[in-house]
Design a protein around this ligand. Sequence first.
Ligand code: ADP
Ligand code: MG
Length: 238
Amino acid sequence: MAFLEIDRLVKRFGNVDVLKGITLSVEEGGFLVLVGPSGCGKSTLLSMIAGLDSISDGEVRINGRRVNELHPSQRDIAMVFQSYALYPNMTVGENIAFGLEMRGVAKAEREAAVARVAEMLQIAHLLKRKPSQLSGGQRQRVAMGRALVRNPQVFLFDEPLSNLDAKLRVDMRTEIKRLHQRMGTTIVYVTHDQIEAMTLATQIAVLRDGVLQQFGTPAEIYNNPVNLFVADFMGSPS
Ligand code: ADP
Ligand code: MG
């Protein structure tokens, strides 16, 4: 049994099927990257995995349990978005600790967890600052810290780097890869950047208009694209 299983998943808004029966699975510790043109259903698929929105048909299972049957507090899932809102009146340290505080984690334990995550993300020297005193890249690290500190089973990213400049994107990509190797968390990551997909993924899913075009390792997708759309999209030689 795979850790994350998406089984004939359908999402319908009104009478429009936005996801038209998606089936794929990810092993524990895998890094699945979802790619496809704008509007193909990537963010919708992420919110289905997170259990943030109702499923029209089919199932999403994590560790054998259907996500829509789990109470939100039982869902051990963290999400990082493209537009990350930090609490402006809290320090970086308080921002990172906030989720733990909500869960009733004791102060000493919170501080230890914040210190561990801050060290991992190289933001330990920023813990006393306010978000307004940070660069875009530093803010993105804090947003990741907030998600990481909960030590989630599944980590979902929705185009987390698309607001950053090119140099910073490359740095953060390296950082995310390192974090994944270190923590072994299962990750589902949305991007429209093919290079990001090729460097981060253990598996890539290519979507088009709510239909899964191809699902495989980066090498499989790049070397043996199943159709012209995948070849064009991934920039494969053809
Ligand atoms: P992507 O993330 O790949 O750009 P989305 O998952 O955001 O695509 O959207 C997929 C399709 O679903 C789009 O056509 C979008 O307009 C539509 N859609 C997304 N959310 C809603 C919603 N709440 N109500 C109606 N249509 C939606
Ligand atoms: Mg999207």
